[in-house]
Ligand binder design. Structure first.
Ligand code: ASP
Length: 466
């Protein structure tokens, strides 16, 4: 019998996982799923993360060894960062264009929008430091007095959402540090600690430093170390290949486990705001699809010689499927590194450097989603954001996506910063929480595809020097 290709096996597993989770929710198999299926998903993510850290460390060091000269490293570094910022901003602009055109926040009924508006005005009253975005005052109007009273009653009944309050606290802690703190954070005081905490930028800093010194010192002394590192690198690459072969089974477990958990947590809330959530979600997915299937393949077609749009998308499909099922660019990193090297022919000296940086700082999907979410929620609360405020969103969402960790839900936490930057209520993240997991899966696919795109662009622009 002909074997089904691995990517088809993964797609089938993914679909089976979705079907299973629907059945599980319907027939009450949640506990069974959580105890007996979900742990396999966690095992898969753990193994990928286990490989990611040493793989980044050794592949950067051995990648630097294969660079022609040190100048090339500086040039590649600057180019990488500039293109990453460029693609991130393009993604947010595409998102803002979609959300302003489709206006998903205007779809819910006028009554529910008025209720949201009053909620926002009451929040403004409690936070006098926050600037008002317009002069309207619906809560002051006589005819709304009854509605205002019922909103006040509902807010006090619901109390504080502890989960959201915790996320706001975390985002504030991050913001409270000084302007040069991100630079300080890149330099690890202790490399073992950086490895243990999976601080990717710190690990990259150490690996580049180590790799550079290794090529500077006497060849006789460095030879043994270089060979050891090259050998270790090969071991971790072989580990990725083994893990990839087992993907279908684990992807089923991941999908089943995460969807059952997400449905269990949020189904009630989901029904409350269904119209808004559905419209908002499809705009996010539409924007993400434009970036993943139009922007990136077009960039590749224009700038990478001999690469067709189809060839590019087929080449990275395995990394995309892993991103979709893990919701984590970091866990997907080993697979991205493999597929970009094997299928897109990006040399290791480029991919080993560009991809780990990308997994940490380049999150085009996350930034697009943040832009769409903030504007859509403002629309839902009857607030029009002008051009200046939307430019602020482009800038803060770029920074927030750079600062977001490459793990599930990181983009949601950092959205608090974007909401605050335009004077909106950070607790609004609770509104979109019910659909966050599924959108997280989709935006992670775009984040990973963006990294792969940029590494192809860089490799093509450096092809003469390689
Ligand atoms: N899950 C995303 C990633 O790992 C980050 C996010 O948007 O939450 O790329």
């Amino acid at each position: 019998m002909k074997r089904i290709a691995l990517h088809w096996q993964v797609i089938i597993a993914l679909v089976l996982g979705i079907i299973y989770s629907i059945l599980a929710v319907q027939y009450g198999w949640q506990e069974f799923t959580k105890s007996w299926i979900d742990p396999f998903g966690s095992i898969f993510i753990n193994v990928l993360k286990l490989i990611a850290v040493p793989l980044v460390l050794f592949s950067i060091i051995s990648g630097i060894g294969s660079l022609k000269n040190i100048k090339q490293l500086g040039r590649v570094g600057v180019k990488t960062l500039l293109i990453y910022v460029g693609t991130t901003m393009s993604a947010i602009i595409i998102g803002l264009f979609c959300v302003n055109l489709i206006q998903p926040g205007n779809y819910p009924s006028d009554e529910s929008r008025l209720e949201k508006r009053i909620e926002y005005e009451l929040w403004l009253r409690d936070n006098p430091d926050v600037p008002r975005l317009d002069k309207e005052c619906y809560s002051c109007k006589e005819e709304n007095a009854e509605l205002v009273a019922s909103v006040i009653e509902r807010i006090s009944r619901e109390g504080v959402n502890e989960d959201v309050a915790d996320k706001i606290r975390k985002a504030k802690e991050k913001k409270a540090k000084g302007p040069l703190q991100p630079l300080v954070d890149v330099v690890p005081p202790n490399i073992i600690l950086a490895l243990a905490e999976m601080e990717m930028l710190q690990i990259i800093f150490f690996a580049v430093f180590f790799g550079l010194v290794l090529i500077m010192i006497d060849k006789k002394k460095s030879k043994a170390v270089s060979r050891l590192i090259d050998g270790l690198n090969e071991v971790f690459i072989a580990m990725v290949n083994i893990v990839i072969k087992t993907m279908p089974f684990f992807v089923f477990a991941l999908m089943a486990g995460s969807l059952v958990k997400a449905a269990g947590d949020n189904l009630d809330k989901l029904q409350e705001q269904l119209v808004f959530l559905l419209n908002y979600s499809w705009v996010v997915v539409f924007g993400l699809a434009l970036v993943a299937f139009v922007l990136y393949p077009t960039l590749v077609k224009i700038f990478v010689k001999g690469m067709s749009m189809k060839g590019f998308l087929r080449g990275i499909s395995r990394a995309q499927l892993t991103a979709f099922s893990t919701s984590s660019s970091m866990a997907t990193l080993p697979v991205t590194m493999e597929t970009v090297h094997d299928n897109l022919n990006v040399p290791k000296s480029i991919s080993s450097f560009v991809l780990p940086i990308g997994a940490t700082v380049n999150m085009d999907g996350t930034s697009l989603y943040q832009g769409v979410a903030v504007v859509a929620m403002a629309q839902f609360h009857m607030i029009e954001l002008d051009i200046a405020q939307q430019i602020v969103i482009v800038l803060t969402a770029t920074l927030a996506s750079i600062g977001a960790a490459a793990v599930p839900s990181a983009g949601l936490v950092l959205m608090i910063v974007v909401l605050e930057s335009v004077g909106l209520n950070p607790a609004w993240i609770a509104i979109i929480l019910p659909v966050d997991r599924i959108l997280d899966m989709c935006r992670t696919v775009v984040n990973v595809t963006g990294d792969a795109t940029v590494s192809s662009l860089i490799a093509s622009s450096e092809s003469e020097a390689l």
